[in-house]
Ligand binder design. Structure first.
Ligand code: DX5
Ligand code: ZN
Length: 219
């Protein structure tokens, strides 16, 4: 089984202590940081801009993924990459000229990913896969942390893993939403590379233990 990388989602951290929160998950073994960017249009919540990304960049060397849950991702890509985002994911449901958008992310020096909502068909990825480094499969309807993992997405994740093995072996698969120690082992056995986790990491009393449990390393 692959070793899953863990991406704590800063949406669930105590933002009044951003530096300490990042240091704590970094010390606990986080592999990258996940930044949920919401515009109040594509999703019913409003969160972070590039300024917050730049603040995080100043206090960590970890890769930062900007997950753009916004209607107009094109105007935000450059500001986020300039603010230190190393990975940028955009939603397949939000964009019309995806080829241009994904190319732009790469041209700016970041790694492009495509995010898909729970009920979006994998068929929409057919022509997109050659242009991305990773797929971010949503396992909740995006907008909020702390939601319940939608169990019906498991079958889709298995099909996505099969598609990767068949067509794009270098594609990284990430899962986002309601990931916890209970469902993580099933996700790892499907071949998921990156587990995004907000509540399961930041609400845990022992974050080192929480991250180890997500990786299946608990003793
Ligand atoms: C949902 C976000 C997720 C969220 C995950 O819209 O994209 O990244 O922060 O939080 P948990 O792990 O609490 O579901
Ligand atoms: Zn996210």
């Amino acid at each position: 089984m692959r070793r899953a990388r863990i991406a704590p989602s800063l949406l669930s951290c105590d933002l009044s202590r951003l530096r300490e929160e990042i240091a704590s998950v970094e010390a606990a073994g986080a592999d990258l940081l996940h930044l949920d960017v919401m515009d109040g249009v594509f999703v019913p919540n409003l969160t972070f801009g590039p300024v917050l990304c730049a603040a995080a960049r100043r206090v960590t060397g970890l890769p930062i993924e900007a997950h753009l849950m916004v209607a107009d991702a094109d105007s935000l890509i450059e500001p986020f990459v300039r603010a230190g985002a190393t990975h940028v994911s955009v939603h397949v449901e939000a964009l019309i000229h995806l080829h241009r958008t994904l190319d732009r992310i790469r041209e700016l020096g970041a790694s492009p990913g495509i995010a898909v909502n729970p009920t979006t068909s994998l068929a929409t990825l057919d022509e997109v896969l050659p242009h991305v480094d990773f797929v971010l499969a949503m396992t909740v309807d995006p907008g909020f942390g702390g939601q319940r993992f939608i169990a019906a997405t498991r079958d889709k994740l298995a099909r996505l893993a099969a598609l990767r093995d068949e067509r794009a072996p270098h594609l990284q698969l990430a899962v986002d939403g309601g990931v916890d120690a209970d469902n993580a082992s099933g996700l790892r056995s499907l071949g998921i590379d990156v587990l995004v986790a907000g509540t399961a990491v930041f609400a845990a009393a022992d974050r080192l233990q929480a991250i180890r449990a997500l990786r299946g390393e608990e003793s």
